[in-house]
Design a protein around this ligand. Structure first.
Ligand code: HEC
Ligand code: HEC
Length: 176
């Protein structure tokens, strides 16, 4: 029964019946409003994921280095100082940024980078990441020098993810 039909039907009934019907109508209106809200939310554009955002940044940077993807990062980018990163081909360097850095911490590129200038060191997390890279190198050097481990020395590496596991502060997930 539509709204108009309900009114017509209500006309002939008693006062009690009428107020019952108007309450029922009010409830129908609320249900319709809830349904409308539900469809509005479902139709809203999907928020881009961290992965989507990082893919977009990598695509943007990749465009600016077209033709130089396989040259050493040190030559292609402005300020590559981490020793182990200097000789890495530029496209692989970006893959490390995406999976090894942003992915390990569960952040977008702009957690560390100024969006308009990736060579800028203005953001503390970028500077912290360089120090972290030094620590990571030192740990791996120590691991390789150990004498009583089962795995061969070149298979003992830890990565940023070994500690961070998708969060900015690994201590949060490690402490019970
Ligand atoms: C956890 C911090 C961190 C995150 C997240 C991160 N980066 Fe970096 N990025 C760095 C650091 C540190 C350097 C400098 C490396 C060095 O000195 O060898 C760097 C350098 C770069 C450079 C070279 C800039 C230049 O011209 O010197 C590019 C390009 C870059 N990152 C792209 C990205 C992209 C794209 C993402 C996201 C997919 C990303 N980065 C995510 C820390 C980060
Ligand atoms: C041995 C464990 C360990 C490894 C390996 C490690 N980190 Fe960390 N990292 C930490 C801890 C613990 C903190 C939190 C320190 C604090 O805030 O006092 C931290 C903090 C950071 C921060 C600062 C937090 C912020 O505001 O973003 C950045 C950036 C970071 N790590 C990047 C990296 C990157 C990049 C790597 C790999 C090159 C890495 N870390 C490897 C343990 C680790």
């Amino acid at each position: 029964m539509n709204t108009e039909g309900a009114f017509v039907a209500a006309r002939g009934v008693t006062a009690a019946g009428r107020s019952f019907l108007s309450r029922k109508l009010a409830r129908m209106k609320i249900a319709a409003a809830i349904a409308a809200l539900f469809f509005a939310v479902a139709a809203a554009p999907k928020k881009p994921t961290i992965q989507d955002i990082n893919d977009k940044f990598v695509a943007q940077v990749t465009k600016t280095i077209a033709g130089h993807e396989n040259e050493p990062a040190e030559q292609v980018f402005m300020d590559v100082r981490i020793p182990a990163m200097k000789a890495v081909p530029a496209s692989k360097f970006l893959a490390i940024m995406k999976k090894g850095y942003a992915g390990a911490l569960g952040v977008t590129c702009t957690h560390c980078h100024v969006e308009t200038d990736f060579s800028s060191d203005d953001k503390a997390p970028k500077r912290a990441a360089r120090e972290m890279a030094q620590m990571y190198q030192a740990i791996n050097d120590q691991l390789r020098a150990m004498k009583n481990l089962e795995d061969p020395p070149d298979e003992r590496d830890i990565t940023c993810r070994t500690c961070h596991r998708g969060s900015v502060d690994p201590r949060e997930s490690a402490t019970p």
